[in-house]
Design a protein around this ligand. Structure first.
Ligand SMILES: [Zn+2]
Length: 139
């Protein structure tokens, strides 16, 4: 998960708060930023979720605070990996735990025949699978 800035410096990825329309604060959005020239750019892998969220908010959103880690599994995993208590855990383990958690939820949703919930959980699983994250990606 490396990115080189247009100025030639390596960019760092961090979870940042993105403000939309001066009204909505979206916390924990993975953003690449360059310490040299201050350019910043949303991590491409989470753009579909962020775009979807902004579409839902519409052009005239109410003032609110949103947690992007609840929508984006990538942001959620990055947040978990950055917790002090998880410092010693390999990222693979954090990912595996989350996948198991989602599979449990999927079973539960299936047993309740809750189609919307099943679709949500499947979407989350595919966010993780699609990017086939490696330990390196989150550190
Ligand atoms: Zn730069």
């Amino acid at each position: 998960m490396h990115k080189v800035c247009q100025c030639g410096t390596n960019m760092n990825i961090r979870l940042r708060t993105v403000i939309y329309q001066n009204k909505v604060e979206i916390e924990n959005v993975p953003v690449f930023s360059c310490d040299d020239c201050n350019r910043s750019e949303v991590f491409a892998e989470v753009k579909p979720e962020l775009t979807g969220l902004i579409k839902q908010l519409g052009a005239k959103p109410d003032k609110s605070l949103l947690h992007f880690e609840e929508i984006s599994e990538i942001a959620g995993l990055m947040l978990k990996a950055s917790e002090k208590s998880r410092e010693a855990d390999p990222v693979e383990k954090i990912i595996e735990e989350r996948v198991n958690e989602l599979l449990d939820l999927l079973l539960l949703a299936q047993s309740l025949q809750d189609e919307a919930w099943m679709a949500d959980v499947r979407g989350r699983l595919s966010q993780i699978a699609k990017h086939s994250l490696s330990a390196h990606d989150l550190s």
